[in-house]
Design a protein around this ligand. Structure first.
Ligand SMILES: Nc1ncnc2c1ncn2[C@@H]1O[C@H](COP(=O)(O)OP(=O)(O)O)[C@@H](O)[C@H]1O
Ligand SMILES: [Mg+2]
Length: 284
C-alpha cells in the first residue's frame, strides 16, 4: 500500500470553487476563472508515494507545490479528488480523528522554521511531543537525543534568536523527527539558508531519512536539491503534473521544453554541459 495517494485532485481557490470547477471542465481557461475571482491551483493531480520513499515536488513559484503538500495534512481541502495516507481517507476524518492524525501520522517542516521565539531550543523541539501529551521527562529525553543527531547538543537552553538560520532549521528538523511520525512533509525547508548550509543540511537529512525510514514529501523549487535527495521527483507546472520520474529520468529524459529548461539551468550551474540522452560511457 502506498504511504500517500493523491487521486484526481483539483483545487480551486475563490468564492464558488465548485461552480468554477464545472466551468473549467466545460472548457473555461485560467484567465476566465481568474476574472471570476478563482485561482486554479491544482489541476487533476494524481501521485502515489511509497512507504519510505523520498519524494520531491518541484516547480516554479506559483505552480501549486505548497497547495499540494498541504492537502496531505488537510490544511487545504481539494475541490475534487481524494487524498489517502496509509489507506486513510483524510477527508473522512472527524475533528478528533484529524487531531490524532496530525499528532501521530504526519509532521511538517516549514520554510521559515516556525519556531516559538520565547521557547528554548529544547522546548521548541519537544513541542510536538508536548501537544501529544507526553510527560516532560520522557519528551525531553527523546528530544535531547534528536537534538544530538541534528548537531545541536549543547544548545538546548538557547533561544531561537541566538541561532543562525541553519541551526534554527535543525531545530525544526529535530521537532519533526522527534514526534516519530511515519510521514514528513517539508515545504522548501532549506530555501532560506545560504548555499553551504543548505548542502550540509541536505546531506544530513538524506542520512537521517535513510536511517529512520520515513516517508518524505519534500517541496523545492530547486532541481539540484531534488536530484540530490529524492528517489523520485514530480514536476508541477501551473498546477498540473508534467513529469514524474527518478532524478536520472528527469535529467536525461525531460518530458517537455519546460522540464528541459530546468535541467539546462541545473547543468549550467554545475558547470557541466546539459546531459545528452544517448551519451554512453566510453567503452573500457
Ligand atoms: N489561500 C489561497 N487563496 C487564493 N489563492 C491561493 C491560495 N493559496 C495559494 N493560492 C494560489 O494558488 C497558486 C499556487 O500557489 P502555491 O501552492 O503557493 O504555489 P507554490 O508553492 O508552488 O509557489 C498560486 O497562484 C497562488 O497565488
Ligand atoms: Mg510554496
Amino acid at each position: 500500500m502506498p504511504a500517500i495517494e493523491i487521486e484526481g485532485v483539483t483545487t480551486i481557490f475563490g468564492p464558488r470553487p465548485r461552480r468554477a470547477l464545472a466551468a473549467w471542465r466545460a472548457g473555461a481557461g485560467k484567465a476566465e476563472l481568474l476574472a471570476g475571482g478563482h485561482v486554479l491551483a491544482l489541476a487533476d493531480v494524481s501521485l502515489s508515494v511509497g512507504a519510505g520513499e523520498f519524494f520531491a515536488v518541484m516547480g516554479l513559484s506559483g505552480s501549486g507545490k505548497s497547495t499540494l503538500i498541504r492537502h496531505v495534512n488537510r490544511l487545504v481541502e481539494p475541490t475534487e479528488g481524494r487524498i489517502r495516507v496509509d489507506g486513510v481517507d483524510v477527508a473522512g476524518l472527524d475533528r478528533r480523528g484529524l487531531e490524532a492524525f496530525r499528532r501521530g501520522r504526519v509532521a511538517m517542516v516549514f520554510q521559515h522554521f516556525g519556531l516559538l521565539p520565547h521557547r528554548t531550543v529544547l522546548e521548541n523541539a519537544a513541542y510536538g511531543l508536548e501537544i501529544r501529551g507526553e510527560a516532560r521527562a520522557a519528551r525531553e529525553a527523546v528530544t535531547r537525543d534528536w537534538l544530538g543527531r541534528v548537531g545541536l547538543s549543547g544548545y538546548e537552553d538557547r533561544l531561537p534568536r541566538a541561532l543562525s538560520g541553519g541551526m534554527r532549521q535543525r531545530v525544526g528538523l529535530a521537532r519533526a523527527l522527534a514526534v516519530g511520525t511515519p510521514v514528513l512533509l517539508m515545504d522548501e525547508p532549506f530555501s532560506a539558508l545560504d548555499p553551504l548550509t543548505r548542502v550540509e543540511l541536505q546531506d544530513e537529512l538524506a542520512a537521517l531519512a535513510r536511517a529512520h525510514s520515513r516517508t518524505i514529501l519534500f517541496v523545492t523549487h530547486d532541481l539540484d536539491e531534488a536530484a540530490r535527495l529524492a528517489d523520485r521527483i514530480a514536476i508541477l507546472r501551473d498546477g498540473a503534473v508534467v513529469q514524474v520520474g527518478t532524478p536520472a529520468d528527469i535529467l536525461e529524459r525531460p518530458a517537455d521544453d519546460h522540464v528541459r529548461a530546468f535541467v539546462g539551468a541545473v547543468s549550467r550551474a554545475r558547470g557541466q554541459p546539459p546531459s545528452r540522452p544517448f551519451a554512453s560511457p566510453s567503452a573500457g
